[in-house]
Ligand binder design. Structure first.
Ligand SMILES: N[C@@H](CCC(=O)N[C@@H](CS)C(=O)NCC(=O)O)C(=O)O
Length: 213
């Protein structure tokens, strides 16, 4: 692997790589998208498995380092491009709040919403399930987003990109219920120019992929 400052995002518009793409637009760093086609099983090719043995998107390479996990990509980019101001400074106490909700979104909101989407049966031993219950998770997220406008209050951050990605997908798939705080937050985020740029591109590539599938 050559060590390069160029960011390469292994990408498909029908995947969580959308969130990483949105984050790249937010930080304003130069990047290239490397399309990985699911229909051609490119994500399970030897070439891609050498980058991410999970065979999953997104994966990003920057300065010779592979970053996977959408939340990690968001956090990494915020730190790598501090001029964008998308993470509280390392010694700022708000960093604790930022980490809290970023990790909560990855460790609790995502599995709660996926379990709901797949209609997995609820289990009794909620104390052993990281997210406890779906209801508690959504109530906690709703409270954290109230009054907003962002998860850190007045300041937009990389945590909003990740949480916004979770909520956008969850609301679309109906695995997250349209509580007013969620809908208002989502609509606020979708007005961001970076969000609109990535969406426009994602819609275009999705249409092209569907036309050639
Ligand atoms: N924990 C990973 C999940 C990545 C993931 O599951 N990606 C899906 C697309 S959204 C994927 O690549 N699935 C293809 C497969 O597993 O075959 C993250 O948060 O980035």
């Amino acid at each position: 692997m050559t060590i390069s400052d160029e960011i390469v995002l292994y990408y498909n518009p029908m995947s969580r790589a959308r969130v990483a793409h949105w984050m790249l637009e937010e930080v304003g760093a130069p990047y290239v998208l490397d399309l990985v086609r699911f229909d051609k099983q490119e994500h399970k090719s030897d070439k891609f498995l050498a980058i991410n043995p999970m065979g999953k998107l997104p994966a990003m390479v920057h300065r010779g380092v592979v970053v996977t996990e959408t939340a990690a990509i968001c956090a990494y980019l915020a730190d790598a491009f501090p001029k964008a101001g998308l993470a509280p400074a390392i010694h700022d106490a708000a960093r604790g709040t930022y980490y809290r909700w970023l990790f909560f979104a990855a460790g609790c909101v995502e599995p709660a919403a996926i379990d709901k989407m797949l209609a997995r049966p609820e289990v009794e031993r909620t104390s052993t399930i990281g997210y406890g219950t779906y209801e508690d998770t959504m109530k906690t997220l709703e409270r954290a987003l109230t009054p907003g406008p962002y998860i850190l209050g007045e300041t937009f951050s990389a945590a909003d990109v990740y949480i916004g990605g979770q909520l956008g997908y969850g609301l679309m798939m109906k695995s997250i219920e349209p509580r007013p705080a969620f809908v208002a937050y989502q609509s606020r985020l979708s007005q961001r120019p970076a969000f609109q740029r990535f969406m426009q591109h994602a819609d275009k590539v999705t249409a092209e992929l569907n036309a050639t599938a």
